[in-house]
Ligand binder design. Structure first.
Ligand SMILES: [Zn+2]
Length: 155
């Protein structure tokens, strides 16, 4: 995994310096996971996930089959003072660190049975029947390692 930043080139209204991104390689179980299902804490929350080939900002800067996630500084109240380049760099470094931590656990994508990303054991799970999903940490019943997966949001 690596990170990069991009300066805003469309700054017509007062906004922060630019956006921060993390590149997730195909080998990671977090590759392909929508940003809404990635439990990280970053400025304004994640607002982007796509393949590198669909990265509108600059498609040539990353591998086409890598997965890109990122945040922006276009939220209410963001400006060049509270979202300086230094701030964006720090937030991006924090995001990379959080993703590297999540990568240790792995993410199970299947929605009917959850396959442990460490040992391959299948765990039954209620099918996702809501557009509102939560990401939960689970412990594998076989290898006892922890991983993340999507579940229906609790009432
Ligand atoms: Zn396991």
């Amino acid at each position: 995994m690596k990170s990069f930043i991009r300066e805003n080139t469309y700054r017509t209204t007062p906004l922060g310096w630019g956006n921060g991104y993390v590149v997730i390689p195909k080998s990671s179980s977090w590759h392909g996971v929508e940003y809404t299902s990635i439990p990280v804490d970053v400025h304004g929350g994640l607002t982007w996930s796509s393949l590198g080939s669909e990265f509108v900002n600059d498609p040539d800067c990353v591998d086409g089959d890598a997965w890109i996630i990122g945040f922006d500084i276009c939220h209410h109240g963001d400006d060049i003072n509270n979202c300086s380049k230094k701030y964006v760099e720090a937030e991006t470094a924090s995001l990379l660190q959080q993703m590297q931590e999540l990568d240790k656990f792995g993410f199970a994508k299947s929605q009917r049975a959850v396959i442990c990303p460490h040992c391959g054991e299948a765990h039954s799970l209620e099918p996702i029947d809501s557009i509102f999903v939560e990401v939960e940490k689970r412990t594998c019943l076989k290898c006892h390692k922890e991983f993340y997966c999507e579940v229906n949001e609790q009432e």
